[in-house]
Design a binder for this molecule. Structure first.
Ligand code: BEZ
Length: 253
């Protein structure tokens, strides 16, 4: 949605767990008949399809042209539009704004704009249901990368926003929502392949490496991965130390 150039092919092949885990987020919805829904930051549309299969009348929106193109190719029966989460206006308000693994990509100082757009996009009493990285998300991975940068005199520019329940609930209340459910929990997440952690870093941690030559970047990644091996590699499988923040909030009048 922001802060990254998505490689939609690799993402679909290697990181399908993002949509997989998102399926259970659908259960957080307070379901009614004939609900309209916006899947905000829909990516390749795989979870949008699950929302449709669950009976929602859904539109997918994403800022990435390549992800929207892939979503339209893979799911021709669903409407997808390109749009920025911090600056969009729907033709018609919806019952639900749903979002999985997107809000942490939006800078902290743009979260208010994003929540205002979501509020405007909802019907009265409409629901915002989302999951994002919560406080402490990937703390081991980022901690090791930060130290590998520091050893070379380099600053690790942290590109994510991983709030606590208290912090994010305040933002939502400030935007006019009533927070009905908020959960923060660990979810150790299995990565694919023998280079799972290195591939994950290449895919998702791009901003801190901007301006650093390819050889140094590779050296930093290798160093961090080896230091993380005792904690995140178990019986031949790499894991990432995810912490999830899940919420359901209702638009108050
Ligand atoms: C997440 O889903 O928490 C996440 C994924 C990639 C980078 C940062 C956070």
């Amino acid at each position: 949605m922001s802060n990254i150039e998505w490689d939609s092919q690799t993402y679909a092949k290697q990181f399908s767990f993002v949509a997989g885990y998102g399926s259970s987020l659908i259960d957080l919805l307070d379901r009614k008949e004939n609900m309209t829904c916006l899947d905000l930051g829909c990516g390749n549309g795989n979870l949008t399809k699950k929302l449709k299969d669950a009976g929602l009348d859904v539109i997918g929106m994403d800022d990435s042209a390549s992800q929207i193109q892939k979503a339209m190719e893979d799911h021709p029966d669903i409407r997808f539009v390109q749009g920025n989460a911090c600056d969009f206006l729907l033709e018609e308000p919806v019952d639900v704004v749903f979002s999985n693994a997107v809000f942490h990509w939006i800078d902290k100082d743009r979260q208010k704009d994003m929540l205002s757009c979501v509020y405007r996009a909802l019907k009265p009493e409409g629901q915002l249901v989302f999951e994002m990285g919560g406080k402490g998300n990937n703390a081991l991975i980022h901690g090791n990368l930060r130290r590998a940068f520091a050893r070379r005199g380099l600053v690790y520019r942290f590109p994510f926003y991983f709030p606590s329940i208290g912090e994010y609930a305040s933002l939502m209340e400030g935007a006019g929502f009533l927070v009905r459910t908020a959960l923060l929990f660990d979810r150790k997440t299995r990565l694919m392949g023998p280079d799972g952690l290195s591939d994950w870093i290449k895919m998702f941690v791009q901003t801190p490496f901007e301006g650093i030559d390819a050889a140094t970047s590779e050296e930093i990644r290798r160093e961090a991965v080896e230091e993380l091996r005792p904690k995140l590699f178990e019986e031949g499988v790499w894991y990432a130390d995810y912490v999830r923040l899940r919420c359901r909030a209702v638009k108050m009048l």
